[in-house]
Each structure stands twice: as structure tokens, then as C-alpha cells.
Design a binder for this molecule. Structure first.
Ligand code: NAD
Length: 496
């Protein structure tokens, strides 16, 4: 069994090297709810105001560096983040619940993302010059200013760095509000990053969403909000930011469909890929597969093989290498998935509970749940139409591809989707008809989307796009600087 933690961690306010006393709240280990892993600061509007001022001061110098200069500083900061990765990965598993390899992946993404954006930072200064008979126009990017990054608990470090790194490369100081359910490893990482960069460039304000988060998004000194989280919270962020017409990008929830066509070969690789795409992080990933539509010709074979594969899952403490998946992250999430499965059973669907508990797991004192596969479920039931964010998936048969496309699109979400077939051309044709920001053929998981593809959601799954220069543009102002001495071609009478 994993040993007890050696120290208690604290996620404090990080800003300009000063200390900010606050009340604190506990962070509980979801695999052993009697264990307090650490505490986080409960920052409120007064601290938010001080931190925004620090970021405003830092914006002047950080924003006036060239992209190349910022890139060099970000490379050095990335080196600093390589230290103590193993300790922070263990901490992340203790507070988040997921298995250790996923925590390493989550944290390891930090330095990788910083280096990627450090390399492209010089391109931020590239200007487009338009010369014609009327004169010259220069189009250039400018930093927006203090930028708030609000983070969820499922992949806290990676999802933070995915938006923080381009914001820094574009010349903006950042203020991060970690999730109250996984603030420790992220704050530890950001404190290291803050020390490696000039004062006030990286700041952390832990606290509750409705207090610290709400105060940040409605502060007049904040010019950009990069929010990742649930759709309801996204709506509240938009309302808060509306007060000062603050620019907002949103990465929100998803209810990703996967369509398995008759032409798919249901070999071990495909079944394992889909299993992984559903149950990674105990089903708590925004673009995990949340609904499976399987064409009638392969439906029975698929359900049979998929159940067998899911039955291999071992649920236990994420620190134990014998666990395939850990517990759900928090009580609210556990209760929500439990209620959804109860109502699914009441509606007459078949819920096959599979897998096994790891020997020695303290099952009743953790948010553990065995994986399940649900069949005999209509397309309009809650488990199909809602984002379950847990270790279960409905498998719905279809006869005609038209029906599959209609059901896949019958949702307010539009984050990602996938089509599975041995005929990629046909799969791509089907994929073109799905309203989602990313559509994959024969894969659908962390890694399926990389920096060469814009990442983000359609409909209520978000606003804006991440990755590569799309992410830089998301947190830059575009300025047109024009000198056109000959105004005779402009509209309006020449005599005026
Ligand atoms: P959440 O919306 O409850 O919380 C996310 C963050 O927002 C937390 O830091 C929280 O404190 C803060 N917050 C909550 N209310 C706020 C408010 N009024 N003002 C400002 N901040 C506020 O989401 P969660 O439970 O942490 O994460 C799960 C959700 O996130 C799921 O819906 C999932 O799909 C989504 N998600 C989306 C992506 C993506 O890239 N699209 C990635 C990961 C998670």
C-alpha cells in the first residue's frame, strides 16, 4: 500500500515575491478521504486587487521585451520546471486521484509546452506590411495585458500550461486561479516558474471559483481571461467579464461521440484505443469519448469484445502501479455519476459493472467506482445527452450512417468526435459532417490533437482556439498602423 505523505503542502498566493496571509481550506486525498494532503489559500477581492496591480506593473517590462528575449527567458524557466518532477507527480496523484503515469504526463507537459512557445516567441514580433499606391500599412501584435488563467482539476498542470505558455510568449503577465480540488502540484510548479521569471510575470491566486475566480474575471485591470472548466462556470465567467468588456476564451465541457462503422475491424488495437479513450483519468477528460454509436453489423461483436477489455481494468489508489484507474476526484463528481447511473438503471437500461477493485483498496473511504458499459439505452436518455465525466459509457446501435451523424450532432456540445473504420476516406467524409472542433479518425485521446491542429470547441463547448500561433493570437491585440498620404481614393466627396 502507498505510504502516508511526508509533509503537508500549502498552495499559497504567489505574487512578486511577497507573502499574503489568508484563511485556508483543506485538500483531501480522493483515494483516502481521511487524509488531508495539504491546504490552499482562500484569496478574496482584496488580494486579487493587489495581485492585479503587481501584474500591471510587470506588464510594462515583460510586454516591452522582444519575443526572442521572452523566448530565452522561457527556455531557462522550462529547465527549472524539470526539477522534482517525481515528487510533484506523487503530490498530484494524492490530490487528484489519477494514476501516477498520468500525473507524470500532466506535469511533464509543463516544460514541453514552455519550450514549444519559447521557440515560436520570435514570430510574435513578425509584422505584415502592406504597401500600395496609397501608402503603407503595418499589422502587428501587441500584448493584451494582465491575463487570468482559470484551471479545472482533471489535468490541472497541462491545461494551465497550454494557455499560460502562449500568453507569456505573447508578452502578457498571467494570474492563475487553480481549482480548489487540485491546487497543490500546480501552485508548486507555478511558484518555481515565478521564481525563474521577473517579479509579477507569473502570479497565483488560489481560492474558490465564486470568490477569487469571480473577483479576477470582473477586475477592470484584467484584459484577458483564459478559462477552462464546465459550461455553467463558463457562462458565469462571461457575465463577470462583460462588466469591463474583457476578452474571454473558453475551453468548456464536451459530450464527444464516437461512431464505429461496419467497415471497422474490431481488433485488439481498436478495442484498446476506445477503452483508453473512454476511461483515461477515470473518464474525467473533456475530450474523452462520452457516447459510442456502433453500426448494427458489428454491434454485438463490439459490445462483447469491449466488455471483455473493460473487465481488465483494476481500480485502486493511483499511487499503486497495479491500478489502471484511480478514484473520481471529488464527492460532487462521485455523487453526480452515481445518480446518473441510478437513473439509467431505473429507466431500464442494462448497466454492466466490470473490472475489479485492487486488493487492499480502502473502497468505502475513497471516491472509487468500477467501470461500466451501458446498453439498451435510448439516444435521448440523460447518460447519452449529458457529459457524464465518469467511468461509464453508453453504446447505442445504428443502422444508417445518416442516423449516426444526426445523433452525434444532436447536442449543445461540439468539442471533439471520432469515426472508426478501415476505410479512412469514408471515415473522413463522415467526419466532415460532425459539428465538433476536432474530429479524429481511428483515435480519440490525449495526444490525438497536437500543436499543428487548432484545439477548441464549437457550440457550448467553447470560444476561441488553442495550440500554435492560434493560441498566441487568442491573447494578442492586432494593431493596424497606417500611413496613406493619398486620401483621394477614400470614400466621400472630394470637396468635404
Ligand atoms: P468548474 O467549471 O467547476 O471549475 C473550473 C474552474 O473554474 C475552477 O478553478 C473553479 O474554481 C473556477 N470557477 C468556478 N466558478 C467560477 C466563477 N463563477 N468565476 C470564475 N471562476 C470560477 O469545472 P471542473 O469541475 O473543475 O472541471 C470539469 C469541467 O471542465 C468539465 O465540464 C470538463 O469538460 C471541463 N474541461 C474542459 C476542457 C477543455 O479543454 N474544453 C478541459 C478540461 C476540463
Amino acid at each position: 500500500m502507498p505510504s502516508a505523505p511526508e509533509k503537508t503542502w500549502t498552495a499559497q498566493v504567489v505574487s512578486a515575491g511577497r507573502t499574503y496571509p489568508t484563511d485556508t481550506a483543506p485538500v483531501v486525498n480522493p483515494a483516502r478521504t481521511g487524509e488531508i494532503v495539504g491546504t490552499y489559500a482562500l484569496a478574496g477581492p482584496r488580494i486579487v486587487a493587489e495581485v492585479v496591480r503587481n501584474a500591471q506593473d510587470a506588464a510594462v517590462t515583460w510586454g516591452s521585451l522582444t519575443g526572442a528575449q521572452r523566448g530565452r527567458l522561457l527556455h531557462t524557466a522550462a529547465d527549472a520546471l524539470e526539477r522534482d518532477l517525481a515528487t510533484r507527480a506523487e503530490l498530484l496523484t494524492r490530490e487528484q486521484g489519477k494514476v501516477l503515469w498520468e500525473s507524470r504526463l500532466d506535469l511533464g507537459g509543463g516544460p514541453r509546452l514552455l519550450r514549444y512557445y519559447a521557440d515560436i516567441a520570435p514570430a510574435v514580433d513578425e509584422e505584415t506590411v502592406v504597401r500600395d499606391e496609397r501608402g503603407t500599412t503595418v499589422i502587428r501584435r501587441l500584448p493584451m495585458g494582465p491575463t487570468v488563467v482559470i484551471v479545472p482539476w482533471n489535468y490541472p498542470v497541462y491545461l494551465c500550461m497550454m494557455v499560460l505558455a502562449p500568453a507569456l510568449a505573447a508578452g502578457n503577465p498571467v494570474i492563475v486561479k487553480p481549482s480548489e480540488f487540485a491546487p497543490l502540484a500546480l501552485t508548486e510548479t507555478l511558484a518555481m516558474l515565478a521564481s525563474a521569471l521577473p517579479d509579477g510575470v507569473v502570479n497565483v491566486v488560489p481560492g474558490l471559483g465564486g470568490e477569487a475566480g469571480a473577483a479576477l474575471v470582473s477586475h477592470p485591470g484584467v484584459r484577458k481571461v483564459l478559462f477552462t472548466g464546465g459550461t455553467e462556470s463558463g457562462r458565469a465567467v462571461l457575465r463577470g467579464a462583460a462588466q469591463n468588456i474583457t476578452s474571454v476564451s473558453l475551453e468548456l465541457g464536451g459530450n464527444d461521440p464516437a461512431i464505429v462503422l461496419d467497415s471497422a475491424v474490431l481488433d485488439d488495437r481498436l478495442i484498446r484505443e476506445i477503452r483508453r479513450s473512454v476511461y483515461t483519468c477515470t473518464g474525467q477528460v473533456c475530450f474523452n469519448i462520452k457516447r459510442l454509436y456502433v453500426q448494427r453489423g458489428v454491434y454485438d461483436e463490439f459490445v462483447d469484445k469491449f466488455r471483455q477489455a473493460v473487465d481488465e481494468i483494476v481500480v485502486g489508489d493511483g499511487l499503486d502501479p497495479a491500478s489502471t484507474t484511480g478514484p473520481l476526484n471529488n464527492k460532487k463528481q462521485f455523487d453526480s455519476v452515481t445518480a446518473l447511473l441510478d437513473s439509467t438503471r431505473k429507466d431500464g437500461a442494462q448497466v454492466d459493472v466490470l473490472g475489479r477493485a485492487l486488493d487492499g483498496t480502502d473502497w468505502d473511504n475513497g471516491y472509487f467506482m468500477l467501470p461500466s458499459v451501458v446498453t439498451g439505452i435510448p439516444h435521448d436518455s440523460d447518460l447519452v445527452s449529458r457529459e457524464q465525466f465518469g467511468p461509464t459509457v453508453p453504446v447505442v446501435p445504428f443502422d444508417d450512417v445518416e442516423d449516426a451523424v444526426r445523433m452525434a450532432n444532436d447536442t449543445e456540445f461540439g468539442l471533439a468526435a471520432s469515426v472508426w473504420s478501415e476505410d479512412p476516406e469514408h471515415a473522413l467524409t463522415v467526419g466532415r459532417r460532425i459539428a465538433a472542433g476536432s474530429v479524429f479518425v481511428n483515435s480519440h485521446r490525449v495526444g490525438s490533437s497536437d500543436m499543428t491542429m487548432p484545439f477548441g470547441g464549437m457550440k457550448q463547448s467553447g470560444l476561441g482556439r488553442n495550440h500554435g500561433m492560434w493560441a498566441i493570437d487568442e491573447c494578442s491585440e492586432l494593431q493596424a498602423l497606417s500611413h496613406r498620404p493619398d486620401t483621394s481614393a477614400f470614400p466621400g466627396p472630394a470637396t468635404w
